[in-house]
Design a protein around this ligand. Structure first.
Ligand SMILES: Nc1nc2c(ncn2[C@@H]2O[C@H](COP(=O)(O)OP(=O)(O)OP(=O)(O)O)[C@@H](O)[C@H]2O)c(=O)[nH]1
Ligand SMILES: [Mg+2]
Length: 438
């Protein structure tokens, strides 16, 4: 766990820092289920640091497939033993995911705590979760991760006990543990469903307002841009997974035009799928948005790789054709001219910003507004005279182009967005006149 000064809760959690040795096994892609077989120890280093560990050594190996018992081969295991002793490490972290048996065998061989990448990410999530919803979601992910492991753990002991007549206690204990876990998972799901019901009610109150959601790799600068645009005061830090909750704020740009902006959890290469599953509720804000703003850290080692990782997670959450603005951030850290030339060719509609400067936030806000107004049209509506005040906002901003009164209705020709049209039709009893100018 990391010593995190949690502004929202106003306390500091301090744990002694661990000394970690990192291990990465490079496998051909097929072994990682097409999820990118290359280990990336720089990123693991940042994850470890975020979780509160000092990295004291690294071991890498290239293999056609994992060694069944210990993941790394015999020679590497010996090298690892020496390194652990020399560096007085307290923890070994694998960039790869280990089976429960491999974890156990390694723990025995090295006599030290072993974590794999999923466990490390789950630990960071558990530490950073500051709202009730985030905490419930993280616990759900942890239990789901544990459940199949528990089973294998016990069946391993059963095998050791062996034979007819020795199965009783093990079986009973396994069943009990399983049942307890199953029960807790059911409780968590129910509590999350209740939170979702409340959220739905709030969303309904949002009145069909245009919704944009910031998405992107962790640490890309989503929260910084959110704060720059909305002044929301969301937690910003140079660490991975600083944000785990969704925050939504209304942005009023002028009297007539407004939109909602949501900041939420960042993604990472090979994000454990239990986490994506459990965070479905938080990610629903992204799912329901009219527009995604995909924030990319221009200063990262490999922006293209980060974009691909984010798109891979998004594939499970949103339809492929969801409108998206690519926003390359941290332009102050790169040769802006060079970067812009290269990426504007690949992403013609991208915006290039530096969220740290006020200018960056303004540029992004303008890009969102351009999309919002892109669907602005001129239409004639039939509005009941009894409800004319619904047009007052359009009068103030000069968007009423014409107005004709007939008996008890007003035929108003307006400049309006789809969002405004929907609101007038659904809420204000207006009707569209068929031969409206387009
Ligand atoms: N130099 C520079 N740093 C930036 C810029 N935008 C954000 N940062 C820094 O990048 C780090 C991460 O920023 P956040 O806004 O927390 O990033 P995030 O995408 O919300 O990250 P998570 O919530 O952890 O997924 C912080 O240290 C920011 O100060 C920028 O335009 N320029
Ligand atoms: Mg954030």
């Amino acid at each position: 766990m990391s010593p995190r000064n949690d502004q929202q809760q106003g306390f500091t959690t301090e744990r002694p820092r661990e000394r970690a040795v990192l291990v990465g096994v490079h496998l051909p892609d097929a072994w990682a289920g097409g999820m990118g077989g290359e280990a990336d120890l720089d990123e693991l280093d940042r994850l470890a640091e975020t979780a509160g560990a000092d990295v004291v050594g690294r071991v890498e190996q290239r293999r056609p497939r994992p060694a069944p018992r210990t993941f790394v081969g015999k020679g590497k295991l010996e090298e690892l033993q020496e390194l652990v002793a020399d560096t007085e490490a307290t923890l070994v972290i694998f960039d790869n995911d280990l089976s429960p048996a491999q974890g156990r065998n390694l723990e025995k061989a090295l006599d030290i705590n072993i974590l794999d990448r999923t466990e490390l990410i789950l630990d960071i999530f558990a530490d950073h979760a500051s709202t009730r919803q985030a905490r419930l979601q993280v616990e759900l992910a942890q239990l789901q991760y544990l459940l199949p492991r528990l089973t294998r753990l016990w069946s391993h002991l059963e095998r050791q006990a062996g034979g007819i007549g020795t199965r009783g206690p093990g079986e009973t204990q396994l069943e009990t543990d399983r049942r307890l876990l199953g029960k807790r998972i059911a409780v968590l799901r129910r509590q999350l469903a209740d939170i979702e019901t409340t959220r739905k009610t709030q969303v309904r109150g949002r009145d069909g307002t245009f919704r944009a959601a910031l998405v992107g790799y962790t640490n890309a600068g989503k929260s910084t841009l959110m704060n720059g645009i909305t002044g929301a005061g969301v937690y910003v830090k140079d660490q991975l997974f600083a944000t785990l909750d969704a925050t939504t704020r209304r942005v009023e740009t002028d009297e007539r035009r407004r939109f909602l902006l949501t900041d939420t959890v960042g993604f990472i290469r090979r994000l454990p799928h239990h986490l994506v599953e459990s965070f479905k509720a938080t990610l629903r804000e992204v799912e329901e948005a009219d527009l995604m703003v995909h924030v990319v850290d221009a200063a990262s080692d490999d922006p293209e790789h980060q974009i691909a990782s984010v798109n891979r997670v998004l594939r499970d959450i949103v339809p492929e054709d969801k409108p998206t603005i690519m926003a390359f951030n941290k332009l102050d850290l790169v040769d802006a001219e060079l970067f812009r030339n290269r990426y504007a060719r690949l992403y013609p509609e991208a915006v290039f910003v530096a969220g740290k400067t006020a200018e960056g936030a303004t540029d992004l806000q303008a890009a969102i507004m351009a999309r919002l107004m892109g669907d602005e049209r001129i239409l004639t509506l039939r509005v009941p005279i009894s409800n004319l005040q619904c047009l007052s906002r359009f009068h103030r901003t000069g968007s009423v182009l014409d107005q004709v009164f007939e008996a008890n209705v007003c035929l108003a020709t307006l400049r309006l967005t789809d969002e405004e049209l929907n609101r007038l039709l659904r809420r204000e009893g207006a009707e569209l006149v068929e031969d409206s100018p387009q």
